[in-house]
Write a protein that binds this ligand. Structure first.
Ligand SMILES: Cc1ncc(COP(=O)(O)O)c(C=O)c1O
Length: 444
């Protein structure tokens, strides 16, 4: 490891690294600052001391095909020798081929593709496209606790958020209570509730003083905001509302696309098609790439609507083509479902034993576990979750944690889809030990 660094960066000392860290602006280095990732292979990474971890975060849920893939290393090494950068208006062979392959696998009529490098920007693009299609409307709808990114427009679609002092800059978004059945906002019970939350949404729209909304922007499984899976039929109700009231539906599949929930796109799992779908994270195989797929019969982007200097980055596009190939050739969506079922069965068993484990939810390798102090009162176990993550890390498993202020009692398991059965067993073993350590420390 040291060899290539010194070869290209020159000699450096621990003091250089320390000073570099201190120079970083606020928010640049998170809590894992003592953990430097120096190598990645499959579902694991190695830190600067040579310790190996199973990565249940896939590094911001991006490394679906695993880290250190030789196929990605090969293609990007070749690509940079030919075309490293073209401005966004130019075509390249990787861009055309990736577009064709994405359109080939995209569900329904979502066959028009647009690119950028970040999920937040992809969501802004989807919002712009929706505005082109529903002119003269004034607002978007977004669910409670939804997350759409950290640009100004997507922060406005994201709530609750510690940066909400940025909200006034944007036009408004109306936030609706969504189907979070573990803590139903209406204190109702699925399936007897007859989707009270969806009926409330319909009334909210019908009673709006600002006319019709432009679109609903939502994640089909809500990730940052609590790992909330929707009950069967809920997304169909949302689709129905959009159709009947003439509103566009945008699915943010930035986390869920490319196999994470057992299908290439989660809209296939639920059988509900959006009008626009955004993607990001996993498609680049570790390289920055995001974008959207939209219905061919929508009014398209205008020429200057959504172009960026690096939006055609050929290296990411080349990596994207190879990533799609790996996902398909290795049946990774199907593997995600299989490994997810192993996790869910093991976690359900643990849930029945420990007071701390309030709810287990998810599909495929998109799993959330809500930690509570008491199963009856469901009081969120916030400090306990902090300890849980630390104890897991000590034992060689990096679990994810929702950082949303009101949802930070949710532990996440979203490893690369290439995780092996033995690694699943190891994660479950560590999960059990960690649950026991936390339960003992907090007398639960
Ligand atoms: C569902 C969802 N949407 C949008 C984003 C924003 O993506 P990016 O960080 O690439 O801008 C994220 C990132 O975590 C996300 O999880």
């Amino acid at each position: 490891m040291g060899n290539y660094m010194e070869k290209y960066f020159g000699k450096y000392t621990e003091e250089d690294l320390k000073q570099g860290r201190e120079t970083l602006a606020g928010g640049s280095v998170g809590k894992s600052e003592d953990l430097l990732i120096v190598d990645q292979t499959g579902a694991t990474f190695t830190d600067q001391h040579g310790k190996e971890y199973i990565d249940c975060t896939s590094q911001a849920w991006s490394l679906n095909i695993g880290g250190g893939r030789q196929e990605i290393i090969d293609v990007v090494s070749e690509q940079v020798q030919h075309t490293m950068h073209v401005r966004s208006g130019y075509g390249t062979i990787p861009k055309f081929l990736l577009s064709k392959r994405l359109a080939d696998i995209a569900p329904g009529n979502l066959k028009k593709v647009s690119y950028c490098l970040h999920g937040s920007v992809a969501n802004e693009g989807a919002m712009k496209l929706a505005m082109r299609n529903k002119p003269n409307r004034m607002y978007f709808l977004t669910p409670w606790r939804g997350f759409a990114g950290r640009t100004l427009a997507t922060i406005a679609m994201t709530w609750p958020h510690p940066n909400n002092q940025f909200l006034p800059f944007m036009g408004h978004a109306v936030r609706f209570p969504n189907a979070y059945c573990y803590r139903c906002p209406f204190e109702n019970h699925y399936p007897g509730c007859n989707f009270e939350c969806a009926r409330f949404l319909r009334k909210t729209i019908e009673n709006s003083v600002d006319g019709k909304p432009i679109a609903i922007l939502m994640e089909p499984m809500q990730a940052a905001g609590g790992m909330i899976t929707y009950p069967d039929g809920y997304l169909q109700e949302i689709r129905k509302i959009c159709d009947e009231l003439d509103i566009l539906l945008i699915f943010d599949e930035i986390q869920t696309a490319f196999g994470r929930m057992g299908r290439m796109f989660v809209s296939e799992l639920y059988g509900v098609l959006p009008d626009i779908m955004t993607f990001g994270k996993a498609i680049g195989g570790g390289f920055p790439l995001a974008g959207s797929l939209h219905r061919t019969d929508l009014v398209d982007f205008g020429s200057q609507d959504h172009g960026f200097t690096f939006a055609s980055f050929p290296v990411s596009m080349a990596a994207g083509i190879v990533t799609l190939g790996i996902l398909q050739n290795e049946n990774l969506p199907e593997r995600s479902e299989r490994m997810g079922n192993l996790f869910l069965a093991g976690l359900e068993e643990l849930k029945n034993k420990y007071e701390l484990l309030g709810d287990v939810r998810g599909h495929g390798l998109m799993i959330g576990i809500e930690l509570v102090k008491n199963k009856k009162t469901k009081e969120p176990a916030l400090d306990e979750t902090g300890m849980f993550i630390e104890e897991g890390t000590k034992r060689g498993v990096l679990f994810g944690r929702s950082t949303y202020p009101m949802m930070s009692n949710v532990v996440k398991i979203k490893p690369p889809l290439v995780i092996s059965e033995a690694q699943v067993e190891q994660v479950l073993k560590v999960f059990k030990e960690t649950t026991e350590a936390v339960s003992q420390a907090y007398h639960l």
